[in-house]
Design a protein around this ligand. Structure first.
Ligand code: ZN
Length: 201
């Protein structure tokens, strides 16, 4: 499966001159929600991710996603794995489990995101699950930005990666983009102006 092509076809892999959330500039940008607007495409991607997880032999009872970005990916993955789907969300800056969702002691939880950059939100979700007595058994994302090491590759996790080394991280593909500090950005030096697509625009 050519994941990069699927993202391109969906208009989810943008090319141009962008300001990333880190403040760095890049010539590429992943607009992750776009790849999931087509429900057949979403099911195809989640099915492939579920297959990797099943093949690993890891037992998952529930998929938990950090809202908002992870919710659709988490729901589709849970459907493909035929397990329960829940999400945590931010209230006044703090991630919380709300809406009547509950987890039991020892419940085996997989944390799912649409895209993992350094894994910050995924780790916030994991900490909530563990604080409630559940057991986080793995992490997953449709796309990996290349900071963390996904299962089945020989790359090394970069120091920025916040995911724990001892737990598996499943993803369909690495999207490693060139990144430039604004003052060193060759696109800026050519006179082009960076835009900030953002997750909300
Ligand atoms: Zn630039």
């Amino acid at each position: 499966m050519n994941v990069e092509q699927i993202y391109k076809d969906a208009g989810a892999l943008l090319e141009g001159h962008f300001i990333l959330s880190s403040g760095n500039h890049s010539n590429r940008y992943l607009q992750s929600a776009k790849v999931l607007e087509d429900t057949k495409r979403a099911a195809l991607l989640a099915g492939a991710l579920a297959k990797q997880i099943r093949n690993s032999g890891i037992q998952v009872e529930t998929v938990c996603a950090p809202a908002l970005g992870g919710v659709l990916a988490g729901y589709e993955l849970a459907r493909a794995l035929e397990v329960r789907s829940i999400f945590v969300e931010r209230k006044e800056g703090q991630m919380e489990l709300r809406r009547g969702f509950e987890v039991r002691k020892g419940e085996k939880i997989l944390i799912c995101e649409d895209i993992i950059t350094t894994g910050g939100s995924a780790m916030e979700a994991a900490k909530i699950m563990e604080a409630l007595g559940a057991e986080v058994v793995a992490f997953a994302a449709l796309a990996n930005r290349g900071f963390c090491k996904r299962e089945g590759t020989n790359t090394l996790a970069k120091p920025e990666c916040k995911l724990p080394k001892e737990l598996p991280f499943f993803a369909l593909a690495d999207f490693e983009f060139a990144m430039y500090a604004p003052e060193d950005c060759p696109l800026c030096q050519e006179g082009s102006k960076a835009i900030k697509p953002g997750s909300r625009s």
